[in-house]
Design a protein around this ligand. Structure first.
Ligand code: CO
Length: 140
């Protein structure tokens, strides 16, 4: 069972241009600092909304997986949605047992929040690329 919507991933040819839209057009003030995720070939910037985040994703390097998306959608657009799960391994195994395809090796990798993530193939999700992530564990 999935938990909260964590973020909507939005591919963009320019984080700077997209940040300006959220800031100037939509009035968002809580916008993070862009950072590189070289292992995933992307530059990322989070826009904080009261109930979720927008993850702006810009290609980083020649082999970025975002190039293909931007070739089909030159202005950018919605790329994936990310739901939180309590246990990423349990979620993966449950999905596989029900016949869904996990992208890549299926081994979780560390995502933009520094926690384990996997992606479910869009063909199994009505055409929508779905990221599952373990949320940052609260430490008190
Ligand atoms: Co994401």
């Amino acid at each position: 069972m999935i938990g909260k919507l964590n973020h909507v991933g939005v591919a963009t040819p320019s984080i700077e241009t997209s940040v300006a839209l959220y800031r100037d057009l939509l009035g968002v003030t809580a916008i993070g600092t862009p950072f590189d995720l070289p292992a995933q070939g992307v530059k990322v910037c989070f826009v904080d909304l009261p109930n979720a985040q927008i993850e702006l994703i810009e290609p980083l390097g020649e082999d970025s997986p975002i190039h293909g998306f931007l070739a089909r959608n030159p202005k950018g657009g919605q790329h994936h949605v990310c739901f939180e799960v309590e246990d990423i391994i349990a979620a993966r195994d449950s999905l596989r047992a029900k016949g869904a395809t996990i992208l890549g090796t299926g081994e979780p990798r560390i995502g933009a929040h520094g926690t384990p993530i996997i992606f479910v193939h869009p063909k199994d999700m009505g055409g929508m690329l779905v990221e599952l992530m373990e949320p940052v564990k609260e430490t008190h």
